[in-house]
Design a protein around this ligand. Structure first.
Ligand code: PMP
Ligand code: GLN
Length: 388
């Protein structure tokens, strides 16, 4: 949505300002209910904040070690074992990053030669294109089509060329809310193995699955060796501002990614690393209540959106819901989202900005339900006025 900037390199032209920053600024300016950018309006567990505060008081205030504090790497290893029966050595196969965002960027910068191709699904998460571009790579997309956001494995396979280096997957998927099924995951895995590709998998919504189950790519037969798993504590523990993320992969891949990561940020936030280590070890009831709580919010928002006249694609996972605005007489999600604050005082995200071919997502608008029940009800009441 931003105009060209003459100082920006060719490879970053078009990336401008992120849609999330733009729409949150619009919400602040218009005092609209912000159902756009995905950040919770309630913090995670107080006991976890106490761990961060205690760590600062106890003097954990200088650079932590390059790969991340051992306490956090060990906790990530325990988490992968506990939930997925996956084994990673904390010393060599786990790397702490500045959120999943840095993990994605460092992975692209370290694994791609200029001209290497990355296949991802559209709609995509916004940092993928920028990270691939910063690495000099080329993004190729396979479209996920509503209502199931399904894809054709034959199309995926035919997108592979001699230059394809990796597949960049996101499940549960933002912005569609899709959770890739076992047969879809196996189809992707088979293609990766047949063509000797690495799969980089962004699993930041791994604990927000309402229907079906989260299947980590690394857990499929023959995939551990060729999978880079990325996640973070932002969504799972509602501390998006702490930006503690991680990579799990075989040692040689982690070593490569660490080389890029150490010159991007070197290290980050010891006290928050210790707090997220404690959070990962929370007992099963935390994780169960977390997903139940979001399921209730999902149902509340989906119901309100349907009553307001949207066609709603109820998500299987994440904290986003996509809607089709055409039943409301609208055709362009950007126009719709730019005028929505003035019309009814709500902000959403035009999903078309996550497509290479915007026409495909022109009629889609994403709303988030990571807000308190009161805020969601307020948003729903306002959206109901679209019918007036
Ligand atoms: N991947 C996806 C799919 C996301 O939605 C987000 C947004 N929060 C991120 C990565 C970035 O995660 P982090 O805040 O840990 O950098
Ligand atoms: N992941 C969040 C979303 O999709 C936003 C994160 C960001 O602003 N970069 O809304």
């Amino acid at each position: 949505m931003a105009g060209p900037n003459p100082h920006l390199t060719r490879r970053l032209q078009g990336f401008g300002t992120t849609i999330f920053a733009e729409m949150s600024a619009l919400a602040a300016r218009t005092q609209a209910v912000n159902l756009g950018q995905g950040f919770p309006d309630t913090d995670g567990p107080a006991e976890i904040i106490d761990v961060a505060v205690a760590a600062m008081r106890a003097g954990h205030n200088q650079y932590p070690p390059g790969p991340g504090l051992p306490e956090l790497r060990q906790a990530v290893g325990r988490h992968q074992k506990r939930f997925y029966d996956l084994d990673y050595q904390p010393e060599s196969e786990i790397l702490v990053t500045v959120g999943a965002t840095e993990a994605i960027a460092a992975t692209m910068i370290s694994l791609l030669e200029p001209g290497d191709e990355v296949i991802t699904f559209e709609p995509w998460y916004d940092s993928y294109g920028a990270s691939i571009a910063m690495a000099g790579g080329i993004k190729k997309v396979v479209t996920l089509s509503p209502p199931e956001y399904s894809f054709d494995p034959a199309e995926l396979e035919s997108s592979v060329t001699a230059n394809t280096k990796l597949i960049l997957l996101n499940t549960p998927h933002n912005p569609s809310g899709k959770v890739f099924s076992a047969s879809e995951m196996n189809a992707i895995a088979d293609i990766a193995k047949r063509h000797d590709l690495i799969v980089v998998t962004d699993e930041v919504y791994e604990h927000l699955v309402f229907e079906g189950e989260h299947i980590p790519m690394a857990s499929l037969p023959g995939m551990w060796d060729r999978t880079v798993t990325i996640s973070s504590g932002g969504k799972t523990f509602s501390f998006t501002g702490w930006k503690i993320g991680w990579v799990c992969a075989p040692a040689a891949l982690v070593g490569a990614i660490r080389t890029a990561k150490q010159f991007l940020t070197f290290v980050h936030s010891g006290p928050f690393q210790l707090a997220i280590a404690a959070a990962l070890d929370l007992d099963d009831s935390y994780y169960a209540e977390f997903v139940d709580d979001f399921r209730a919010r999902r149902d509340l928002l989906c119901d309100g959106l349907a009553k307001a006249g949207f066609d709603v694609f109820a998500p299987q996972g994440t904290y986003f819901v996509n809607t089709d605005i055409r039943p409301l007489g609208a055709t362009d999600g950007i126009d719709f989202c730019l005028t929505l604050p003035d019309r009814v005082g709500v902000v959403g995200i035009p999903t078309q900005v996550f497509y290479d071919n915007r026409e495909r997502g022109k009629h889609l608008v994403r709303f988030t339900f990571c807000k308190t029940e009161a805020v969601l009800r307020d948003g729903i009441e306002r959206l109901a006025k679209l019918n007036d």
